[in-house]
Design a protein around this ligand. Structure first.
Ligand SMILES: *Cc1c(COP(=O)(O)O)cnc(C)c1O
Length: 470
């Protein structure tokens, strides 16, 4: 007995230097650098050698096989960790999935701004230094009726900044029914503490009366704050003063009112049968001195916090040192301006801002899309699953309009042949992940949040995922 049975396989194993000369490897080297490719090939050849030695591998290892593995390895290694996913959850403003997708003009604005230089802090008329806040201020004022405005990093930053400038070391009166916690650990009470303002809680969880506010007002009161109860509703035996009444009583005591609107819609979505919320403009028209709201919730733009209201207060906030630390970046500003410009024509906003389009999609369109998806999925599962179109409800999400159920259509997948949890997990791990929900023994793909151009991609991702189940 001379050679072991696998020595012939070892001898036939392609050499690293030979593989590196192959056109495929050369191509990869151009793309990723010779050193990285050579390192990858050495590791892959070594792994094959180990398999032969351990007896796991009893067939010849072909050059093409090793090269294919090298391609997969390089693509995997350089695949961004932060990437695109398909949202089949039906949650339109899904915070974990990046909230609002942007409108085409916003994408163009980002590209244009990112590619070269811009007049970010330059006044083109005078040639002097300008302010980054000037670009969108007039537009925000026009769309909300505010006297002045500025944009910061996000609404959490806006709340912090308003409280710091308006109430540091002094008291802020808030109803107990509004001490909200938003996902991702944002609590009004905690932000208040960070800002240096002193929280004075009034009323009870379900009822706060005008007299509760009046009794709490003292020499050290700086502000009355109203926080939008974005992600919950108190129903039943409840009372909160009307905004106009709250404004009147505060102003009678010469105390400004600040409203954290959370989502802050620029158009009245009630017209489209959605929600029960007044607009930013309505809040300011009721006499509120300062409002703040997010750029990437119902507005449908980039992550940002918009502060709008009376000129004197906004001027003070602009000068606060903290504003510099919370400042908005140029790409955000570019996308926000492009998004706000769409609001000058409400119909255009509804059509072109993806968040508004997704929220207002018509039933007939959703049924059509659900059938289009279901028909293709029937082929994917080839009899191993039941695929049906079903009626369900979508959520607005992002802590906006929590009680609002939007009627929608979904494709439901049920199977006694494979585990839906395993499929759902595989769907998250393919190249273009698909996020879905499992409810009552069915995997649901809500088509509301799948753009029409994404249906075919969704099918191929699910096909990949199903193949991984083996
Ligand atoms: C969402 C929300 C915030 C935080 O806004 P971000 O833009 O996510 O920082 C603050 N207050 C309320 C009431 C909210 O709904």
């Amino acid at each position: 007995m001379s050679a072991k049975p696998n020595s012939a396989l070892l001898r036939k194993l392609p050499a690293v230097h030979r593989l590196l000369e192959h056109p495929i490897a050369r191509q990869l080297s151009v793309h990723y650098s010779h050193d990285l490719v050579s390192e990858a090939i050495a590791a892959i050849v070594d792994a094959a050698r180990q398999q032969i030695l351990s007896g796991q591998r009893v067939t010849e290892v072909a050059e093409a096989e090793l090269l294919e593995e090298t391609i997969r390895y390089m693509q995997g290694r350089f695949r961004p960790n932060f990437r695109r996913v398909l949202n089949a959850t039906g949650v339109v403003l899904h915070t974990n999935l990046g909230r609002a997708p942007l409108a085409a003009p916003a994408l163009e604005a980002i590209e244009r701004t990112a590619r070269g230089y811009s007049n970010l802090e330059l006044n083109l008329e005078t040639g002097e230094r300008g302010s980054r806040y000037d670009h969108v201020e007039q537009l925000i004022c026009r769309l909300t009726g505010a006297e002045a405005a500025l944009v910061v990093n996000n609404n959490a930053a806006a709340v912090l900044l308003v409280l710091r400038e308006m109430a540091k070391g002094r008291e802020v009166i808030v109803s107990r029914g509004q001490l909200v916690e938003i996902g991702g650990s944002f609590r009004v009470s905690e932000v208040m503490k960070e800002s240096g303002a002193v929280l004075v809680e009034v009323g009870t969880t379900n009822k706060t009366h005008e007299r509760d506010y009046i009794q709490a007002i003292g020499e050290n009161t700086a502000l009355i704050m109203r926080a939008h109860t974005s992600n919950f509703r108190i129903v039943g035996f409840t009372y909160q003063p009307d905004l106009a009444d709250l404004v009147t009583l505060s102003h009678d005591h010469r105390i400004p009112v600040y409203e954290d609107l959370g989502s802050g819609s620029l158009i009245d979505l009630r017209k489209y049968g959605i929600g029960d919320e007044p607009t930013v403009g309505a809040s300011l028209a009721a006499g509120v001195d300062i409002v703040s709201f997010s750029g990437d919730k119902l507005l449908g733009g980039t992550q940002a916090g918009i502060i709008a209201g009376k000129q004197t207060f906004i001027n003070r906030i602009k000068r606060n040192q903290l504003t510099r630390a919370l400042r908005v970046d140029k790409l955000t500003l570019a996308a926000l301006e492009a998004t706000l410009l769409l609001y000058l024509d409400e119909q255009r906003a509804i059509r072109e801002i993806p968040t508004l389009y997704l929220l207002t999609r018509r039933k007939e369109e959703l049924v059509h899309e659900a059938h289009r998806l279901a028909e293709q999925l029937v082929n994917v599962f080839a009899g191993q699953a039941v695929v049906e179109v079903t009626e369900t409800v979508s959520q607005v999400g992002g802590g906006s309009l929590p009680t609002e159920d939007l009627p929608t259509y979904a494709v439901a997948i049920r199977s006694s042949q494979f585990s839906l949890n395993a499929l759902e997990s595989a769907m998250r791990q393919v190249d273009l992940p698909v996020m879905a929900t499992i409810r009552k023994e069915a995997l649901l793909l809500d088509v509301r949040t799948l753009f029409p151009t994404e249906i075919d991609e969704c099918v191929s991702s699910i096909r990949d995922a199903y193949q991984r189940l083996g």
